[in-house]
Write a protein that binds this ligand. Structure first.
Ligand code: GLU
Length: 201
Protein backbone atom coordinates (compact mmCIF):
# COMPACT_ATOMS: atom_id res chain seq x y z
CA UNK A 1 0.00 0.00 0.00
CA UNK A 2 1.26 3.45 -0.81
CA UNK A 3 -0.05 6.96 -1.10
CA UNK A 4 -0.79 9.00 -4.18
CA UNK A 5 -1.75 12.64 -4.47
CA UNK A 6 -2.54 14.96 -7.36
CA UNK A 7 -3.33 18.66 -7.42
CA UNK A 8 -4.67 20.88 -10.20
CA UNK A 9 -4.48 24.51 -9.18
CA UNK A 10 -4.15 28.10 -10.34
CA UNK A 11 -0.86 28.40 -8.41
CA UNK A 12 2.32 26.33 -7.89
CA UNK A 13 1.55 22.90 -6.46
CA UNK A 14 4.84 21.28 -5.42
CA UNK A 15 4.81 22.49 -1.77
CA UNK A 16 1.24 21.30 -1.23
CA UNK A 17 2.06 17.96 -2.85
CA UNK A 18 4.98 17.44 -0.46
CA UNK A 19 2.82 18.40 2.53
CA UNK A 20 0.08 15.98 1.46
CA UNK A 21 2.69 13.22 0.98
CA UNK A 22 3.84 13.74 4.58
CA UNK A 23 0.26 13.04 5.69
CA UNK A 24 0.18 9.90 3.55
CA UNK A 25 3.51 8.53 4.81
CA UNK A 26 1.69 6.32 7.32
CA UNK A 27 0.69 4.18 4.30
CA UNK A 28 4.33 3.32 3.51
CA UNK A 29 7.46 5.31 2.82
CA UNK A 30 10.39 3.45 1.26
CA UNK A 31 10.69 6.15 -1.42
CA UNK A 32 8.97 9.32 -2.57
CA UNK A 33 8.59 11.45 -5.67
CA UNK A 34 6.61 14.04 -7.55
CA UNK A 35 6.15 15.35 -11.07
CA UNK A 36 4.72 18.63 -12.31
CA UNK A 37 4.01 20.06 -15.75
CA UNK A 38 5.59 23.43 -16.52
CA UNK A 39 5.69 24.94 -20.03
CA UNK A 40 4.35 21.71 -21.49
CA UNK A 41 7.15 19.60 -20.01
CA UNK A 42 7.17 17.00 -17.27
CA UNK A 43 9.64 17.65 -14.47
CA UNK A 44 10.09 14.81 -11.97
CA UNK A 45 12.06 14.49 -8.74
CA UNK A 46 12.35 11.30 -6.74
CA UNK A 47 14.45 9.59 -4.12
CA UNK A 48 14.64 6.55 -1.89
CA UNK A 49 13.76 7.23 1.73
CA UNK A 50 11.31 9.62 3.27
CA UNK A 51 9.39 12.64 2.04
CA UNK A 52 11.73 14.91 4.04
CA UNK A 53 14.54 13.93 1.64
CA UNK A 54 12.36 14.82 -1.36
CA UNK A 55 11.57 18.13 0.31
CA UNK A 56 15.31 18.90 0.58
CA UNK A 57 15.83 18.07 -3.11
CA UNK A 58 13.00 20.45 -4.02
CA UNK A 59 14.41 23.13 -1.75
CA UNK A 60 17.66 23.02 -3.77
CA UNK A 61 15.83 22.87 -7.07
CA UNK A 62 12.14 23.87 -6.91
CA UNK A 63 9.53 22.51 -9.32
CA UNK A 64 7.36 24.99 -11.21
CA UNK A 65 3.89 24.08 -12.39
CA UNK A 66 0.22 24.28 -11.39
CA UNK A 67 -0.49 20.63 -12.08
CA UNK A 68 1.27 17.79 -10.29
CA UNK A 69 1.23 14.27 -8.87
CA UNK A 70 3.13 12.72 -5.96
CA UNK A 71 3.79 9.31 -4.43
CA UNK A 72 5.03 7.60 -1.31
CA UNK A 73 5.96 4.05 -2.23
CA UNK A 74 5.69 0.75 -0.43
CA UNK A 75 7.42 -1.55 -2.89
CA UNK A 76 5.76 -4.70 -4.21
CA UNK A 77 7.90 -5.16 -7.35
CA UNK A 78 11.53 -4.03 -7.28
CA UNK A 79 13.75 -2.87 -4.46
CA UNK A 80 13.24 0.54 -2.84
CA UNK A 81 15.60 2.83 -4.76
CA UNK A 82 15.48 6.02 -6.81
CA UNK A 83 14.95 4.33 -10.18
CA UNK A 84 12.00 2.29 -8.89
CA UNK A 85 10.46 5.29 -7.10
CA UNK A 86 7.39 6.85 -8.70
CA UNK A 87 6.50 8.86 -10.76
CA UNK A 88 7.41 6.92 -13.87
CA UNK A 89 7.50 9.14 -16.92
CA UNK A 90 8.00 9.39 -20.67
CA UNK A 91 8.24 12.74 -22.47
CA UNK A 92 4.42 12.67 -22.82
CA UNK A 93 3.02 11.26 -19.57
CA UNK A 94 3.94 10.72 -15.93
CA UNK A 95 2.16 8.30 -13.60
CA UNK A 96 1.94 7.45 -9.91
CA UNK A 97 0.46 4.07 -9.07
CA UNK A 98 -0.97 2.45 -5.98
CA UNK A 99 -1.53 -1.30 -6.27
CA UNK A 100 -0.29 -4.15 -8.44
CA UNK A 101 -0.41 -4.65 -12.22
CA UNK A 102 -0.64 -8.43 -12.42
CA UNK A 103 0.01 -8.74 -16.17
CA UNK A 104 2.91 -6.28 -16.43
CA UNK A 105 5.34 -8.83 -17.91
CA UNK A 106 2.91 -9.74 -20.68
CA UNK A 107 2.34 -6.02 -21.41
CA UNK A 108 6.09 -5.34 -21.56
CA UNK A 109 6.49 -8.13 -24.14
CA UNK A 110 4.05 -6.33 -26.47
CA UNK A 111 5.43 -2.78 -26.11
CA UNK A 112 6.99 -0.94 -29.08
CA UNK A 113 9.21 1.04 -26.73
CA UNK A 114 10.16 -1.64 -24.18
CA UNK A 115 13.87 -0.73 -24.41
CA UNK A 116 12.99 2.55 -22.68
CA UNK A 117 11.87 0.85 -19.47
CA UNK A 118 14.48 1.09 -16.76
CA UNK A 119 12.83 0.19 -13.46
CA UNK A 120 12.01 -3.20 -11.90
CA UNK A 121 8.47 -2.13 -11.05
CA UNK A 122 5.14 -3.38 -12.35
CA UNK A 123 4.09 0.29 -12.57
CA UNK A 124 6.44 1.79 -15.17
CA UNK A 125 4.69 -0.15 -17.93
CA UNK A 126 1.59 2.03 -17.41
CA UNK A 127 3.45 5.15 -18.62
CA UNK A 128 4.91 3.38 -21.66
CA UNK A 129 1.71 1.61 -22.70
CA UNK A 130 -0.23 4.88 -22.51
CA UNK A 131 2.50 6.60 -24.54
CA UNK A 132 2.27 3.80 -27.15
CA UNK A 133 -1.47 4.51 -27.58
CA UNK A 134 -0.90 8.28 -27.84
CA UNK A 135 1.87 7.67 -30.41
CA UNK A 136 -0.56 5.52 -32.42
CA UNK A 137 -2.69 8.66 -32.78
CA UNK A 138 -5.49 7.88 -30.33
CA UNK A 139 -6.88 10.85 -28.42
CA UNK A 140 -6.37 10.96 -24.66
CA UNK A 141 -9.78 9.58 -23.69
CA UNK A 142 -9.45 6.64 -26.08
CA UNK A 143 -5.85 6.05 -24.97
CA UNK A 144 -6.95 5.89 -21.33
CA UNK A 145 -9.84 3.55 -22.16
CA UNK A 146 -7.46 1.23 -24.05
CA UNK A 147 -5.08 1.34 -21.09
CA UNK A 148 -7.86 0.35 -18.69
CA UNK A 149 -8.91 -2.53 -20.95
CA UNK A 150 -5.36 -3.85 -20.84
CA UNK A 151 -4.41 -3.51 -17.15
CA UNK A 152 -5.18 -6.44 -14.85
CA UNK A 153 -4.96 -6.12 -11.08
CA UNK A 154 -5.88 -3.49 -8.52
CA UNK A 155 -4.85 0.06 -9.03
CA UNK A 156 -5.36 3.75 -8.40
CA UNK A 157 -3.35 5.84 -10.84
CA UNK A 158 -2.67 9.56 -11.15
CA UNK A 159 -1.62 10.59 -14.67
CA UNK A 160 -0.16 13.82 -16.08
CA UNK A 161 -0.46 14.45 -19.83
CA UNK A 162 2.18 17.02 -20.75
CA UNK A 163 1.03 18.48 -24.06
CA UNK A 164 -2.62 18.75 -22.95
CA UNK A 165 -1.80 20.08 -19.48
CA UNK A 166 -4.13 17.52 -17.90
CA UNK A 167 -4.31 15.55 -14.67
CA UNK A 168 -6.34 12.34 -14.98
CA UNK A 169 -7.15 9.81 -12.27
CA UNK A 170 -8.39 6.25 -12.72
CA UNK A 171 -9.03 3.43 -10.28
CA UNK A 172 -10.05 -0.22 -10.10
CA UNK A 173 -9.98 -2.14 -6.84
CA UNK A 174 -7.81 0.39 -4.97
CA UNK A 175 -9.35 3.43 -3.28
CA UNK A 176 -9.09 6.95 -4.64
CA UNK A 177 -10.58 10.13 -3.18
CA UNK A 178 -11.39 13.30 -5.09
CA UNK A 179 -11.34 16.61 -3.23
CA UNK A 180 -12.98 19.80 -4.42
CA UNK A 181 -11.53 23.12 -3.31
CA UNK A 182 -11.56 26.78 -4.29
CA UNK A 183 -9.29 27.31 -7.27
CA UNK A 184 -7.78 23.86 -6.80
CA UNK A 185 -8.96 20.27 -6.96
CA UNK A 186 -7.30 17.11 -5.67
CA UNK A 187 -6.96 13.38 -5.98
CA UNK A 188 -5.60 11.24 -3.17
CA UNK A 189 -5.37 7.69 -1.89
CA UNK A 190 -7.55 8.67 1.04
CA UNK A 191 -9.11 11.66 2.76
CA UNK A 192 -6.19 11.98 5.23
CA UNK A 193 -3.86 13.52 2.64
CA UNK A 194 -6.55 15.89 1.40
CA UNK A 195 -7.94 16.92 4.80
CA UNK A 196 -5.72 20.03 5.22
CA UNK A 197 -6.96 21.40 1.88
CA UNK A 198 -10.65 20.66 1.64
CA UNK A 199 -13.56 19.16 3.55
CA UNK A 200 -15.45 18.47 0.32
CA UNK A 201 -14.27 14.96 -0.56
N1 GLU B 1 3.48 -2.02 -7.28
C1 GLU B 1 4.04 -0.73 -7.28
C2 GLU B 1 5.54 -0.74 -6.97
O1 GLU B 1 6.06 -1.65 -6.43
C3 GLU B 1 3.31 0.24 -6.34
C4 GLU B 1 3.46 -0.15 -4.90
C5 GLU B 1 2.72 0.79 -4.01
O2 GLU B 1 1.47 0.74 -4.02
O3 GLU B 1 3.42 1.55 -3.31
O4 GLU B 1 6.21 0.19 -7.28
Amino acid sequence: MCGIIGIASNKKVSTNIVNALKKLEYRGYDSAGLATIANGEINEKKCSGRVEKLEKILFQSPNEGNLGIGHVRWATHGVPNEINAHPHATSKVAIVHNGIIENYKEIIAGLNNKNLLNSETDSEVIAHLLTNYIDEGLDINKSIMRLLEKLKGAFAIGILISNENKLIAVRKGSPLAIGYGENQNYIGSDAVGLAPYTKKI
